[in-house]
Ligand binder design. Structure first.
Ligand code: NAD
Length: 417
């Protein structure tokens, strides 16, 4: 980072890594390797617009580390995508897969584009061109992409189809998050939110919180936040506040998942839920609740507001919602924070289950998938909890120590260091 400049997500990722590496007294050779992605493919590629113009787009695929298995990670289409962001996200994926105990390494990709400004045909051409260009480094046993911000099952269908043109087989296992009809998995849509909820239950058990007496606020009622709401509600917790990009709603008597779903279907947002008071996204974070789930954006819990967070338990649905400075403040204030690389790893874990089903051509029921996901989450939580207790550190640092330890062991036994 240069003096006076704002920290990038990559600076944050390296800072988090360094904190754990120092505590572990990690071999400097290993540190050198893990601080940077192994390979970054950066491409400029032309896309033909509907009106005949040719526009040049920039895209990246960053492969951080594959000691534990093939690279795995999403692809986002967003105007703010930068090489730094993709590098950070690929590093986080290495730790996330290691924490979840699934046999993958970390990768991430992105195209700097506002997909909302494109027609469906333009988006398809952009998706196919990008995937065709990164195809030289992806593959069912090399690197398996998935949806991320502003990409979805349709994007994955185009990706898989594009890959099949060279592969000449039906390579379902080259991407995950596909539509069900072409090898997607039941339970994938709700997986991240379900994983957040399992983590909340496990943390509550350790903290001796009776969930039936707990309240919760959820920032971001998108894929992760909405399903987190549904499953957290099922544990007996009273959700009292929700929000989206337009603002939030707060109701002390409780807000039901079904209520928000129908309101959002009718009005397009969560504002003016019957019986609720308006709250801003900033106020929502500081409400007097037991559990807080940031499930929207990065950098929302910072050195500025961390001291005002009243929740006893924070479960990070979003990637990177808490800055390192805020982490230290929360830890000092005895707020337990279940970090993103554990709390939202339900998505990639179910991606792993999708990949396994594709490879064995045998498809599981939703119950089977949910059961396997829960087992993965419970065991990941237990390992991270144990590691953070052993080192007397916050759960993020515990998760890093656990993940870095596994990746290092694999690198050593493979003879890389
Ligand atoms: P999404 O697009 O479905 O939902 C995002 C939600 O955040 C929307 O409700 C949106 O209105 C809201 N939002 C946008 N700007 C906001 C703002 N300024 N304040 C408050 N809310 C705002 O996305 P998603 O898939 O739910 O992802 C959310 C986060 O979770 C991202 O950080 C993503 O990287 C992370 N994540 C997602 C998955 C997954 O499987 N979908 C897995 C792991 C991590």
């Amino acid at each position: 980072m240069s003096m006076g400049m704002q920290k990038t997500q990559y600076d944050m990722a390296v800072e988090q890594f360094q904190k754990a590496a120092d505590i572990m007294k990690l071999d400097p050779n290993v540190q050198e390797i893990l601080r940077k992605p192994r390979r970054i493919l950066s491409i400029n590629f032309p896309v033909k617009m509907d009106d005949g113009r040719i526009l040049l787009y920039q895209g990246f695929r960053s492969q951080h580390n594959n000691a534990l298995g093939p690279y795995k990670g999403g692809i986002r289409f967003h105007p703010n995508v930068t090489i730094d962001e993709v590098k950070a996200l690929s590093m986080w994926m290495t730790w996330k897969c290691a924490v979840a105990g699934i046999p993958f390494g970390g990768a991430k990709g992105g195209v700097t584009v506002n997909p909302k400004g494109l027609s469906k045909a333009e988006l398809e051409r952009l998706s196919r061109s990008f995937f065709s260009l990164i195809s030289e480094i992806v593959g069912p046993f090399r690197d398996i992409p998935a949806p991320d911000v502003y990409t979805d099952s349709q994007t994955m269908a185009w990706f898989m189809d594009e890959y099949s043109k060279n592969d000449r087989n039906n390579p379902f296992a080259v991407v995950t998050g596909k539509p069900l009809i072409i090898g997607g998995s039941l339970g994938r849509d709700s997986a991240t939110g379900r994983g957040v909820s399992v983590n909340v239950e496990e943390a509550a058990r350790q903290l001796k919180l009776n969930l039936k007496n707990c309240t919760c606020a959820i920032q971001g009622w998108g894929n992760v936040g909405s399903f987190a709401h549904k499953f957290i509600e099922e544990t007996g917790v009273k959700v009292v506040a929700v929000s989206d990009s337009k603002g939030g709603a707060h109701k002390q008597s409780g807000i039901k998942y079904s209520e928000v779903l129908s309101h959002k279907q009718k009005t397009g947002n969560v504002l003016n839920l019957p019986g609720s008071e308006a709250v801003t996204n900033e106020e929502l974070l500081e409400l007097d609740v037991d559990i807080l789930v940031p499930a929207a954006l990065e950098d929302v819990i910072t050195a500025d507001n961390a001291k005002r967070i009243k929740a006893k338990l924070v479960a990070e649905g979003a990637n990177g919602p808490t800055t390192p400075e805020a982490d230290d403040i929360l830890f000092k204030n005895h707020v337990t924070l279940v970090p993103d690389i554990l709390a939202n790893s339900g998505g990639v874990s179910t991606s792993y289950l999708e990949w396994v089903q594709n490879l064995q051509h045998l498809y599981w029921s939703a119950e089977e998938v949910d059961h396997r996901l829960k087992a993965i989450m419970v065991s990941a939580f237990a390992e991270v909890w144990k590691t953070s207790q052993k080192h007397n550190v916050d759960m993020r640092t515990g998760a890093y120590i656990y993940a870095i330890g596994k990746v290092t062991e694999a690198m050593k036994i493979r003879g890389w260091v």
